[in-house]
Design a protein around this ligand. Sequence first.
Ligand SMILES: NC(=O)c1ccc[n+]([C@@H]2O[C@H](COP(=O)([O-])OP(=O)(O)OC[C@H]3O[C@@H](n4cnc5c(N)ncnc54)[C@H](O)[C@@H]3O)[C@@H](O)[C@H]2O)c1
Length: 262
Amino acid sequence: MNSRVESLALPGQLAGRTAIVTGASSGIGRTTAALFAGRGARVLAVDLNADGLSELADQVAQPDSFRTFTVDLTEDDAPDRVVHECLDRFGGLDTLANIAGKAGDAPLEDTSDDDLEFFLRVNLGTAFRLSRSAIRNFAESGGAIVNTASTFGLVGVRGSAPYSAAKGAVTSLTRQLAADVGRRNIRVNAVAPGLVATPATQAKIDAGVFDDVVTRSRPLPRVGAPADIANAVAFLASDDAAFITGVTLPVCGGWSTTRFRE
Ligand SMILES: NC(=O)c1ccc[n+]([C@@H]2O[C@H](COP(=O)([O-])OP(=O)(O)OC[C@H]3O[C@@H](n4cnc5c(N)ncnc54)[C@H](O)[C@@H]3O)[C@@H](O)[C@H]2O)c1
């Protein structure tokens, strides 16, 4: 699932851009980092999984403009360390793709305060804190931030209270930051993936847990691919989306936007 990243190149869309991409060891973040590089960006690929980063770095076709940085983004000094690494390596920063995150199922009554703290810290806190450090150091000319929300933050689902609450807050953060930094020509948008086949979801997909979701409640009845999301992230990060800010774009085959009558 993590192979064939080099076939995604559409040269030029992100030429001249300098991007930080988080969650880059796996799944959506990995494909996005490779796609950004393929489309001309200098990329600092960030994750806590060093092996995954090094495997990706071996595969990208643009090694001179691709660097990796291993860090747990929930650590206190992680945002500043990531941004300074990007400035040191590439001499600037104008694009941030906040993709690192972690899902989890738990009905509210079965959660602990630690669960709530964890999902907020990993899914909201990483995007909030890294965006803050990045914005302080963004290029004078402006730039773009793309966050990763979730369809679970757009509609109510059973059994996902802490994760869905955190992802809903990512959508709210996206609107708020867009308002804060628009006058600096910094755009802030988000993608809200639906079910996508990644190492985080593959076991449940294989076990048929989501068959009903995919076949009965999506106008486009297939599981998403990481490239479906990466393409949307690249679009929102690029000048193709120059007049778009503050939106959360569902990328879910229509799951969050339609209801089917059987
Ligand atoms: N796959 C889906 O169906 C789906 C649906 C909706 C939203 N999302 C969101 O998309 C994003 C990517 O999901 P994925 O399915 O590719 O997951 P994944 O588990 O394949 O990849 C997530 C990556 O984030 C990294 N990461 C997690 N916590 C980190 C931390 N504290 N510091 C640094 N790196 C960290 C992990 O090491 C991993 O490489 C997540 O934010 C997820 O919530 C995924």
